[in-house]
Design a protein around this ligand. Structure first.
Ligand code: HEC
Ligand code: HEC
Ligand code: HEC
Ligand code: HEC
Length: 124
């Protein structure tokens, strides 16, 4: 009886740990301040809550080349600051293309999204 109980407690502890491990894996940082090295304009605030929970976008839509889009690398890892590499546009263009293309599409469907320079590069 005692051994059975111990076994059940171990199973319970194991599933709690596994659950937390899986959940930790999937939780992106809520709010990020994006700024490229040497940036002249104010940093851009990016919210995973807005994009993942509110707009219901898939990770892979933005983390488009990662082996595991749940655990992505920074964009600059593949999008260098100055020279394009393996057809990957430089970081500034990569950000602008990804963010602004979708915002324009959303705007045309009637969802308000920032599209002007100072709506993203907001003075703090
Ligand atoms: C609308 C675009 C978008 C979507 C959708 C999105 N992300 Fe992100 N995420 C970003 C951007 C932009 C960054 C900042 C990347 C950088 O610093 O270069 C980021 C950063 C991250 C980071 C930090 C990476 C690092 O540099 O250490 C993690 C982790 C992450 N996202 C996980 C997720 C997960 C998990 C999902 C899906 C549930 C998701 N993201 C969906 C745009 C997005
Ligand atoms: C693991 C490497 C890698 C990471 C990380 C990565 N990219 Fe890319 N990206 C590429 C490559 C390679 C291309 C070249 C075009 C292709 O093969 O689709 C590309 C192309 C692009 C393009 C151009 C697509 C087109 O249709 O013209 C955009 C925009 C882009 N990336 C944005 C981003 C953003 C924003 C992030 C971060 C959230 C990011 N990428 C992270 C490798 C990466
Ligand atoms: C695939 C579509 C898509 C991409 C890619 C995308 N966005 Fe958005 N974004 C949205 C939508 C949709 C909303 C409006 C969400 C709402 O209010 O319901 C939004 C809203 C926002 C807002 C205003 C709300 C807030 O959270 O402050 C900011 C700022 C923003 N996006 C920044 C960015 C940046 C920076 C990037 C690129 C790194 C980006 N977005 C990429 C779809 C996208
Ligand atoms: C949808 C959001 C968004 C809009 C709109 C936008 N940008 Fe950006 N921009 C970014 C992100 C994200 C980065 C990369 C992070 C950073 O350095 O700010 C960036 C980077 C830059 C950079 C390189 C870094 C620096 O500060 O020197 C310049 C220059 C820039 N943007 C200029 C502009 C101009 C000019 C406009 C208007 C025509 C504009 N951006 C509109 C999101 C946006």
């Amino acid at each position: 009886m005692g051994k059975m109980l111990l076994f059940l407690i171990c199973c319970l502890l194991f599933s709690v740990c596994l659950f937390q491990y899986v959940m930790a894996d999937k939780k992106p940082p809520e709010q990020i301040s994006l700024t490229l090295e040497g940036a002249k304009l104010p940093p851009v605030n990016f919210s995973h809550i807005t994009h993942v929970e509110k707009a219901k976008l898939e990770c892979v839509l933005c983390h488009h080349k990662d082996k595991n889009p749940q655990e992505p690398e920074a964009c600059v890892k593949c999008h260098p600051l100055k020279e394009p590499q393996n057809n990957a546009p430089v970081a500034k263009d990569a950000f602008h293309k990804q963010c602004i293309t979708c915002h324009n599409e959303s705007a045309s469907k009637g969802v308000a999204t920032p599209a002007k320079c100072n709506e993203c590069h907001k003075k703090q």
